[in-house]
Ligand binder design. Structure first.
Ligand code: ZN
Length: 678
């Protein structure tokens, strides 16, 4: 699946799953629970609810040196990674009794852990690829070269893959998307504030060092790095910005293969499409036509030698994590230290657990699920999902601003949402993927080829809704507007999100609000453009659409006024869908909780009423610490707001919060013009 921005709306940014602190011995696997001892009684909840719920946690939980941020999600990831480590270590013993799954995950992990062998091999495993690029004789050979690079997992020129057809969402088509950059986003190439200029300078130095590590002289490497930045800047010029990419109509341009070849005549599209490994196609989605126009111009204006330099950079860049330590460290220095503020490289086992999870996620997931997740977990979650869906249905019916016609359509869409809980019904079949003990780089490349081919095999077929976007140990959740379904993997269905031993109020505030968040994505500024079957189709009356936009615009302005750092403001439009989902999700979770009381108010626990515990359960999951660097980085690219604003921004829109904590009308947590969409 392409990294299409519409494909999956997650609960939190995937980049936060980076890095981790643990060394040596296996950490004990502990359950992480909410505790009222963690509340800061020196803070008035009506003044700053986030500080009331999280400041003590923040003070007691500094960011580990090998992470850019630390929060409740990370605590769970940490726990999950420890479990996965145990699975991988057990499977890596060279035992003839291992089954094929254990052989693959075990040999992958042991190869990744074998630093000695990786050091000894040096760049030799990469040499055939580098030699092939160096030997290119003409730009006419780029299409053939791009096929090999893309199949090996090297993101040069552009991205290619499969996706559902936005206007016929049950059908999978091919898609070509913008790509080919080394910085996280196109804006990094153009922003001229002091910090951005400095980052570009450091990026240049990083690219230069990587060329030096490949054996080039410092002078040559300096010149080469400049070439790379020039080529990437040219590609970035044609790239769509991140906020616009949230608008499905801006990334959907279905064309015939002939039209694409005409749009971008300097690239051998016919050859590429015939050789890439997808079934023959008549048409495809060219997500950003302007990018391919600009790619064409850049192909013409840049010399063959400069393109070779650009390609060599992407070959080494894409494989840096699996090369000798000098490459790993240099890659870490720029991408984790400079961009995100991480102080130290995570220990090798963590990096190998993550690499194995990324390449063989569902192979590991089968064992993880058997060890950690029983059928009762699924049943309890489903019960809560049903309660949340019922609450959203009641909410829609009662909305004052929406007319009956649109309400009818919204309820049809709500009813059509399907749920995926815990783990997939059918596991991915890895049998055609060869994993060789002692060949770390080869394993990584073959895994990339396997994933790429598996993705392209879907083209021309109906969507397989049983195919999951991530493995079951993932601590996240998502809504997919093109399938109109929500996904809650086993990894998130545990304390503090879902605590068997906690009262309903706490659970509804935590996992309940997360379920509500995902359901509301079906109705946020982006999700609302898709119909019950996942097609990009308007089902709104124009009057209701106008009312909807008035309300989402309130949310946009509210969050745009928040500053996570003195010189950084949140992008109200980029974060609009997530903020709408947070607000809607918390509201319907509250409705579902009240419904569960069945008219009887539960007795307070530890001195806190059920409504208070509901809001505390919500705030608790967003307690986090972040480096300034990652705060700045995420403000550029992450559609989610930081924890503080996810909590304070949401509760300050809810009269139910004001009532629960008896806040005065002029309290900071009571917004005079509270926003409400759903
Ligand atoms: Zn979300």
């Amino acid at each position: 699946m392409l990294k299409s921005k519409v494909a999956v709306m997650a609960l939190m940014v995937a980049a936060c799953t980076l890095a981790m602190a643990q060394t040596g011995a296996l950490a004990p696997v502990q359950t992480i629970r909410f505790s009222p001892d963690m509340l800061d009684k020196n803070v008035d909840p009506c003044t700053d609810f986030y500080a009331y719920a999280c400041s003590k946690w923040q003070a007691q939980n500094p960011i580990p040196s090998d992470r850019p941020s630390w929060g409740r999600f990370n605590e769970l990831q940490d726990r999950g990674e420890t479990i996965v480590r145990g699975i991988l270590e057990k499977s890596s013993k060279d035992d003839p009794k291992r089954n094929p799954i254990e052989q693959k995950i075990g040999d992958y992990y042991s190869s990744c852990m074998d630093e000695g062998a990786i050091e000894k091999a040096g760049t030799k495993p990469l040499q055939p690829t580098l030699d092939r690029v160096t030997a290119l004789k003409s730009k006419d050979e780029f299409a053939k070269e791009a096929i090999t690079l893309h199949r090996d997992g090297i993101s040069a020129f552009f991205e290619f893959g499969s996706q559902p057809d936005f206007k016929n969402a049950n059908q999978i088509i091919s898609a070509a998307e913008q790509g080919g950059l080394g910085l996280p986003d196109r804006d990094y190439y153009f922003k001229d504030d002091e910090k951005s200029v400095e980052i570009r300078k450091q990026y240049l130095a990083h690219v230069q060092k990587m060329f030096e590590l490949l054996g080039d002289t410092p002078d040559t490497a300096t010149a080469e790095a400049k070439v790379v930045i020039d080529v990437e800047t040219a590609l970035a010029k044609g790239s769509l910005d991140r906020t616009s990419q949230r608008e499905p109509e801006k990334i959907y341009h279905k064309m015939s293969t002939k039209e694409l070849a005409e749009l971008n005549p300097s690239f051998g599209w016919t050859q590429y499409l015939e050789g890439i490994g997808a079934p023959p196609m008549q048409s495809l989605n060219v997500a950003e036509p302007d990018f391919f126009k600009q790619f064409d111009a850049t192909l013409k204006s840049t010399s063959l030698d400069d393109w070779k330099t650009y390609l060599r950079w992407h070959v080494v860049h894409s494989n840096a994590a699996i090369l000798p330590a000098a490459f790993v460290n240099e890659n870490f220095n720029f991408y984790s230290k400079t961009l995100q503020g991480t102080k130290e490289l995570p220990p090798r086992w963590k990096r190998c657990v993550r690499a194995a999870t990324s390449d063989l996620g569902e192979a590991i997931g089968q064992i993880y699920v058997a060890d950690t997740f029983g059928p009762e977990g699924k049943a309890r979650t489903l019960k809560m999902v049903n309660a949340l869906e019922k609450a959203l249905g009641n909410d829609i019916q009662k909305l004052s601003w929406m007319g009956d016609d649109t309400k009818k359509e919204a309820l049809v869409k709500l009813k059509a949402i399907t749920n995926r809980i815990g783990y997939p019904d059918k596991w991915k079949d890895y049998s055609s993927l060869k994993i060789v003990r002692g060949d770390a780089l080869g394993n990584s490349q073959r895994s990339n080829t396997f994933a790429f081919q598996r993705d392209l095999n879907k083209v021309g077929k109906p969507v397989d809704k049983g195919d999951w976007p991530y493995p079951p140990m993932t601590v996240n959740a998502s809504y997919n507007p093109l399938q109109n379904n929500i996904t809650f993997p086993a990894g998130i269905l545990q304390p503090p999100f879902f605590d068997n031993q906690a009262d309903d109020a706490l659970n509804y505030g935590a996992i309940g609000a997360a379920i509500g968040h995902e359901l509301t994505h079906g109705f946020d500024d982006e999700g609302a453009k898709f119909d019950p079957e996942g097609n990009l189709k308007d089902w709104w009356t124009s009057n209701d659409k106008e009312e909807f936009e008035k309300r989402t615009s309130c949310v946009k302005d509210q969050y745009a006024s928040y500053s996570p750092l003195p010189d950084v403001k949140l992008n109200g439009k980029l974060t609009l869908g997530e903020n709408t989902a947070d607000n809607g999700g918390l509201r319907i979770a509250y409705m579902a909780l009240v419904d569960s009381f069945a008219g009887k108010n539960p007795a307070p626990i530890d001195g806190y009423t059920a409504p208070q515990r509901f809001f505390l359960g919500f705030a608790n999951i967003w307690c986090q610490n972040r480096t300034d660097q990652i705060t700045r980085y995420l403000a550029n690219i992450d559609p989610h707001s930081p924890g503080k604003f996810r909590v304070n921004g949401t509760v300050s829109n809810m009269p139910e919060f004001r009532e629960a904590f008896k806040c005065k009308a002029d309290a900071a947590m009571v917004r005079e013009n509270a926003c409400r969409v759903w």
